[in-house]
Design a protein around this ligand. Structure first.
Ligand code: PBG
Length: 329
């Protein structure tokens, strides 16, 4: 008796394997998140994200040009807001001369074709480190949505191609879309963080922006009243379908690796592009284990990114964007 099928025939050498390979990585698959700080000539390494930096605007230009030269077509901007500019309402977020607004222009000056997406969320601007306005220990939904819509408009005015709300308040896509239309920004898109989980993998990001929820009386210490419960699956589809109905052009699932079942569920359900965020904690895990010599860094990076694509992502927001683009070039 012999095996009826010998699958190993198609694995005999790299030429054969590449012939039958189902998924590929290209630099088009990567979106680079960028952390921006005030000041000049600053390139600050983030302690919990070895090899990842916060850039001042002058150095941001160089970085963006390098990304473009590697074939990366999109960036996702985050700003570290000065402590004295933080408040409960996020007023600084709509300052036409704020750090985000200047960063958008800086990127567009450096590489006009680069697709610029901006994080729309209150937490970097919030004295409490939350994605919403707080009253009596509660995160207010509708008031926060109004502030987020104004923030999105301000980013659109500064030249963002897409705004990317990462807050998980209810109804924000609709309100944001309506405001953008009313104000004439009919071509500014929305990438919605649709299925964003209340994950412990965001820790290093909150170090990077100094945006962790504060430890104070009556202020919730976690984001579980707005971000999703990691135990839920059906709810991710509901959230995503609602955002598409409200006008999202692209939807996002976040984090990546622990949520690939969700990515596939959504891929099988919707017909808009899907982005997946391989978040800061996922980056940190790979860095830490490979620094110890326990994992082979580059192989693991490409394996994870391929797995995210295989699950159904059209592109991946990843701190490995630059490195992975170099690896596959
Ligand atoms: C904030 C925001 C977070 C991330 C992206 N936007 C953190 C949070 O929700 O607390 C996390 C990204 C990462 O961990 O890489 N609205």
């Amino acid at each position: 008796m012999f095996p009826l099928n010998r699958n190993r025939r198609l694995r005999t050498n790299e030429a054969m394997r590449s012939l039958v390979r189902e998924n590929f990585l290209t630099p088009n698959d990567f979106q680079a998140p960028l952390f921006i700080v005030e000041g000049k000539n600053k390139k600050e390494e983030i302690a919990s994200m070895p090899g990842y930096y916060r850039f001042s605007l002058d150095l941001l230009q160089e970085e963006v040009k390098e990304l473009w030269s590697l074939g990366i077509k999109s960036v996702l901007l985050f700003v570290k807001v000065e402590e004295n500019l933080k408040d409960n309402q996020g007023k600084e977020a709509v300052n036409p001369d704020g750090l985000m607004q200047r960063a958008i222009k800086t990127v567009k000056d450096a590489v006009p074709e680069m697709v610029v997406m901006t994080d729309v969320a209150l937490d970097p601007y919030s004295m409490y480190g939350h994605d919403g306005i707080i009253e009596n220990g509660k995160i207010l939904n509708d008031e926060s949505v109004q502030a987020l819509a104004q923030m999105a408009l301000s980013h659109a005015k500064a030249g963002a191609d897409l705004v990317a709300p990462s807050d998980m308040m209810d109804g924000r896509i609709l309100i944001m879309r309506q405001l953008l239309e009313q104000e004439g920004f009919i071509n500014t898109g929305i990438m919605s963080y649709s299925a964003k989980y209340a994950s412990a993998f965001y820790g290093p990001f909150r170090d990077a922006l100094d945006s962790a929820p504060v430890d104070a009386q009556n202020i919730p210490k976690d984001k579980k009243t707005y971000q999703m419960d990691p135990a839920n699956r059906d709810e991710a589809i509901k959230e995503t379908l609602m955002d598409i109905e409200e006008g999202a052009d692209i939807v996002m699932i976040k984090p990546g690796l622990c949520y690939l079942d969700i990515v596939r569920d959504i891929k099988n359900t919707v017909n808009v592009p899907i982005s997946v965020y391989q978040v800061s904690g996922e980056y940190a895990m790979i860095k830490a284990a490979s620094e110890k010599g326990w994992l082979d860094h580059d192989t693991v990076v490409l394996e994870q990114l391929t797995a995210i694509k295989r699950a159904g992502a059209d592109f991946v927001a990843t701190y490995f964007a630059k490195h992975a683009a170099k690896l596959i070039s």
